[in-house]
Design a protein around this ligand. Structure first.
Ligand code: CA
Length: 426
């Protein structure tokens, strides 16, 4: 399928700086506010945020199958009611309004000044109200590395890992937008396996480099979504930092999996980049051996070539990039994850979020967590300021970025950042 809005030849009357993540071929969606006004749906081009509520009020977004009121909501869930076809039509309409030779907005000074804002003056919020959050575990190298460290090098991948996309139900309430500080969690750990557990702030605070997809409405309870249908139910992607406390995790996770080690915060980038915008960057997934069961089989390219990186910014210091990975390292595609998630009749809803699991490549500098980068603290990293890190310190800001690039077009996510504050001891 070709999308006119993806044409690399398109240019906008809005200036787009070289290297921007937000050319006219992107048109992501988010929720923004400024001057203390209520948050509304917005898009982004270059260094400008475009207020969709103003465009809707002017009648420029009529006839797309999206109610005008949806453009005044403090989340994108209402706007997503019309599903993929409505959002695709909205993105196309916005593309047309922003194209260099379209005078509608370009030559209407009052409307243009009301609708376009400097990105640095806009506060970005969570793009959707997240109903349910699921976290997968779909990077083979990550699952292997964790298996080696936590269990047994000879049997690093558990027997179910190659036949099915392993996942667990996470917690939606603690998903926060980029820029939200995260307090170091406290909890129960057992540093000495021969002594009783102790309570206190985690000593092994970690990030997990992930990408999450956000769903449109799925099907009613009891029905399943096939791999062929799955991408029609996916709105778009965000960067996802699944903060983790490794010492809490290793003590609590048997037998039911992660609990308090993971649910204290997950940070996401504010711009939802649509699957349509990412379409030019599709790549075939890995060969899956053993062959998967029929309900997990796919045809076509369902992987995406998205360069990802993680940087640590110490208090008062400079950034050090500690990881360069890529979304192409996923063993299981999003289509397979969603088909598996619903194969038992589990329903998904508008605004549900499903994260990939930590995305680690096959070289040590591409590992997507400190757990792997420092091999559980045995090989500390040295930052640009000369200090060492086994895990994340108070005052550190963790920043993740992601973008695709091909045929002179760069489609990016911006960034997700979060600063770590000391534990609240009360
Ligand atoms: Ca995770």
């Amino acid at each position: 399928m070709t999308f006119p809005a993806n044409d690399p030849a398109l240019r906008s009357w809005v200036p787009v700086p070289a290297g921007s993540d937000f050319p006219i071929q992107n048109i992501p969606f988010g929720i923004g506010s400024w001057n203390g006004e209520p948050p509304v749906p917005v898009t982004r081009i270059g260094d400008r945020v475009v207020d969709l509520s103003i465009l809707a009020e002017a009648g420029l977004l009529d006839g797309l199958g999206i109610d005008r009121e949806a453009f005044n909501a403090p989340h994108l869930n209402d706007l997503m009611r019309g599903g993929k076809s409505a959002v695709r039509a909205l993105r196309q309409r916005l593309s047309e309004l922003l194209q260099a030779d379209t005078p509608t907005l370009r030559d209407n000074n009052d409307l243009r000044e009301e609708a376009l804002l400097a990105a640095d003056q806009v506060v970005m919020h969570l793009p959707v109200t997240v109903g349910d959050y699921t976290d997968f575990y779909s990077s083979r190298q990550h699952a292997y590395n964790v298996g080696v460290m936590f269990r047994d090098p000879k049997n690093a991948l558990l027997p179910n890992w190659l036949p099915l996309p392993v996942g667990y139900h996470g917690r939606a309430s603690s998903i926060v937008p980029s820029g939200t500080p995260v307090h170091r969690p406290q909890g129960q750990t057992r540093p000495d396996p021969n002594a009783p557990p102790v309570f206190g702030p985690t000593k092994q605070l970690d990030f997990e480099l992930e990408v999450a997809f956000i769903t449109f409405d799925g099907k009613p309870l009891g029905q399943r979504i096939s791999t062929a249908e799955a991408e029609d139910h996916i709105f778009g992607l965000v960067l996802f930092n699944d903060w983790s406390a490794r010492d809490i995790q290793s003590w609590e996770y048997v037998p039911l999996g992660p609990f308090l080690a993971k649910n204290f915060a997950s940070s996401i980038s504010p711009w939802v980049v649509t699957l349509d915008a990412l379409d030019p960057f599709r790549i075939p997934g890995p060969v899956q051996d053993p062959e998967v069961l029929p309900y997990l089989r796919t045809t076509g390219a369902h992987g995406f070539d998205i360069a990802l990186e993680v940087a640590i910014l110490p208090e008062g210091g400079a950034e050090t990039t500690v990881c360069r990975s890529n979304f192409r390292h996923m063993y299981w595609s999003m289509a397979q994850q969603l088909a598996h998630h619903t194969v038992n009749g589990c329903n998904v809803r508008r605004g549900d979020m499903m994260a990939s699991g930590t995305i680690s490549g096959d070289t040590p500098d591409s590992y997507g967590s400190m757990l792997e980068l420092t091999w559980r603290g045995t090989k500390p990293l040295t930052l640009a300021d000369g200090t060492e890190r086994k895990f994340i310190h108070d005052g550190d800001t963790v920043i993740m970025r992601g973008h695709c690039e091909k045929n002179g077009v760069r489609i990016g996510f911006g960034e997700v950042s979060g600063r770590v504050l000391p534990a609240i001891r009360s």
